[in-house]
Ligand binder design. Structure first.
Ligand code: GDP
Ligand code: MG
Length: 606
């Protein structure tokens, strides 16, 4: 084993530009997997059902390939990265195990928002970047124009760009050659003290946590006793091997190699992405770049049938074992009963988790409106609040709260020029500031595309922003963002009252400028989903003591007899009689019956 014969690389691209398809072609070309029928659309590296359905990669998957070059077998380690902004930190982690990256761009779509963000991540990490234009088989492909775009956006020499079709396989052999020619081999020595970089992990029901590691120095073998730089916890290697892409056990992993280890880690949280593992007893400096994932979007999850809570909590915990970036807390609500408050990296992450709960654990759940972590600044301290029920009711001179801040992000949108006005409008209605724009390819007339940058509150993009961006640009806009700290903001807590009583699970934190619109929208939604009661029910939205919006749910009466024919007088009388009794009883209780199903409807309606 020598490092010279190893190449560690990743494929980075905007979603749908062909990363998984190219990965499959590389695995086939190197004989790692058997060739499949062309056109069959099932990618080897995308494993979860939700990934196949949504066409996104959620968990990074890695594979090692062998390929002869110059008479010698080389090892090519492909480190697959997830393909969505929510998982940007995972992309960054995975790239830390590579020396090079294939920057893949769809020749019919051109440079998109995530092309730019992943390019920057790779560049910051000092990786050798191999530019690749994909889908040149498409009639709409414009390789020259997109090559010029890559030159103006990234300073890439068009001569360096490899043109391929990952679908038909054309040009893929050149990619393989370029990986060997252009990407430097990893550096490391077999004799140095062991250093293994942990860049990904997955969960196995029988063996616990399986970690993926890239060996920097030393040789790691089964039975070795290792420790984590981050937690100082000690483990023994019980299982070690490479991914082809199935697991193949090996005797040892050498410097530059990438593989999996099992070492009796019970929980995913123990496998810190970016951690350095070393031999027990040795002293090593951790490798740089450790930053834990941070939850940016929170939501409450409740069972539709309140008696299902123990089962739901168990399912959530089981699922979280496989997804270390979810945070869990218990939460109880007067309206919805016992539930959990979960923290996610973003709304897609939340959606994926919800879908996996439903698909893999058969859970029937209500998920509340997402909330970002707000910062409440008191005279003497700061508190983060990610649940509307904990948000102060009133923020004025009399309260101890000095200021409320909200997280903001730097967003970039890439869009054809004709949609520019619509995008500006979308940004303004979502409280964007510091808007700037520039042309991506100047001088190409009607096909010009514009990159729009702005600072926008995270809360504005966790709701309908992405859907609106897509619909208002006919699907042509692409979007990406990165965290940009906190900014003071005029935020208020909005509560909804049914018959004068607040419903805790419906509380929202909204910007003052949106309170009227949101208040009206939600009372309208509520009046539609809440079943009629025996008495008239006012539905109100309130901020502090002020009522913002009101609708009235009329009494049940008209409905009960609606289905009865004129002739059935006796029955009709009976129904009205019963209704009167009921009315008296309900009035005494004074409460409104809002079934869990109504919550489900309101939370899942857009
Ligand atoms: P990813 O999101 O980057 O992993 O993209 P995929 O590999 O899943 O590809 C997205 C879509 O583009 C799929 O429908 C692929 O079949 C298709 N695709 C990928 N490469 C090519 C190509 O070279 N030519 C054509 N025509 N389609 C391609
Ligand atoms: Mg994919």
């Amino acid at each position: 084993f020598t490092c010279d014969l190893i190449r560690n690389f990743s494929i980075i691209a905007h979603i749908d530009h062909g990363k998984s398809t190219l990965a499959d072609r590389l695995l086939e070309l190197t004989g790692t997997i058997k060739k499949k029928e062309i056109g069959k659309n099932e990618q080897v590296l995308d494993k979860l059902k939700v990934e196949r359905e949504r066409g996104i990669t959620v968990k990074a998957q890695t594979a090692s390939m062998m390929h002869p070059f110059g008479g010698k077998q080389h090892i090519l380690n492909l480190i697959d990265t997830p393909g969505h902004v929510d998982f940007a930190w995972e992309v960054s982690r995975s790239l830390a195990a590579c020396q090079g990256a294939l920057l893949l761009v769809d020749a019919s779509q051109g440079v998109q928002a995530q092309t730019i963000s992943v390019f920057h991540i790779a560049q910051e990490r000092g990786l050798k970047i191999i530019p690749v234009l994909n889908k040149i088989d498409l009639p709409a492909a414009q390789p020259e124009r997109i090559a010029a775009q890559m030159q103006s956006t990234f300073g890439i020499d068009p001569e360096d760009i490899i043109q391929i079709s990952a679908k038909t396989g054309r040009g893929v052999d050149q990619v393989l050659q370029a990986i060997i020619d252009r990407i430097p081999p990893p550096k490391g020595t077999a004799t140095g003290p062991l250093k293994a970089f942990l860049f990904d992990s997955m969960y196995d029901r029988y063996r616990g946590v399986i970690s993926l590691v890239a060996i920097q120095d030393g040789i790691l073998k089964k039975g070795d006793r290792i420790a984590s730089c981050h937690t100082k916890k000690k483990y023994e290697i019980t299982d070690i091997g490479v991914l082809n892409p199935e697991e193949i056990p090996v005797n040892g992993l050498h410097p530059g190699q990438v593989g999996y280890i099992a070492c009796n880690m019970k929980e995913s949280a123990e496998a810190h992405i970016g951690d350095t593992l070393y031999r027990v007893g040795a002293v090593v400096d951790p490798m740089p770049g450790f930053k834990p994932a941070k939850a940016m979007v929170y939501a409450g999850i409740f069972p539709i049938d309140t008696s299902d809570f123990p089962k739901l909590e168990e399912s959530i915990k089981r699922l979280a074992l496989t997804d270390r970036s979810v945070t869990i807390q218990r939460e109880s609500s007067t309206a919805l009963g016992q539930g959990c408050r979960l923290g996610f990296l973003g709304t897609l992450h939340m959606d994926v988790f919800r879908q996996r709960l439903e698909d893999e654990h058969d859970a029937n759940i209500i998920i509340t409106a997402p909330t970002v972590p707000y910062k409440i600044v008191y005279k003497d301290r700061e508190v983060y609040v990610s649940n509307p029920t904990e948000f102060p009711d009133a923020i004025d001179v009399s309260s101890k709260v000095k200021e409320v801040q909200e997280p903001v992000v730097k967003a970039s949108i890439i869009v054809p020029e004709e949609y520019f006005g619509d995008m500006m409008d979308l940004c303004f209605t979502h409280r964007a500031e510091e808007l700037e724009h520039k042309y991506l390819d100047a001088g190409t007339g009607t096909e010009s595309r514009i990159m729009l940058n702005c600072v926008i509150p995270l809360s504005e993009i966790v709701t309908d922003f992405f859907d609106q961006l897509k619909s208002r640009s006919s699907g042509f806009a692409s979007f990406d963002y990165e965290e940009a700290g906190y900014k003071p903001s005029n935020l208020v807590k909005m509560v909804f009252l049914l018959n004068g009583k607040p419903v805790d699970a419906l509380a929202l934190i909204v910007h003052r400028s949106h309170e009227d619109a949101i208040g009206k929208l939600w009372v309208k939604k509520l009046v539609k989903v809440i079943p009629r009661q025996m008495f008239e029910v006012p539905i109100q939205a309130a901020v502090g003591k002020k009522i913002i919006a009101r609708e009235t749910l009329s009494a049940y009466r008209a409905d009960v007899t609606a289905g009865l024919y004129g002739g059935h007088v006796e029955r009709k009388m009976k129904v009205l009689e019963r209704q009167k009794e009921g009315k008296a009883r309900m009035k005494r209780m004074g409460s409104v019956d809002m079934p869990q199903e109504a919550f489900f409807e309101i939370m899942s309606s857009k």
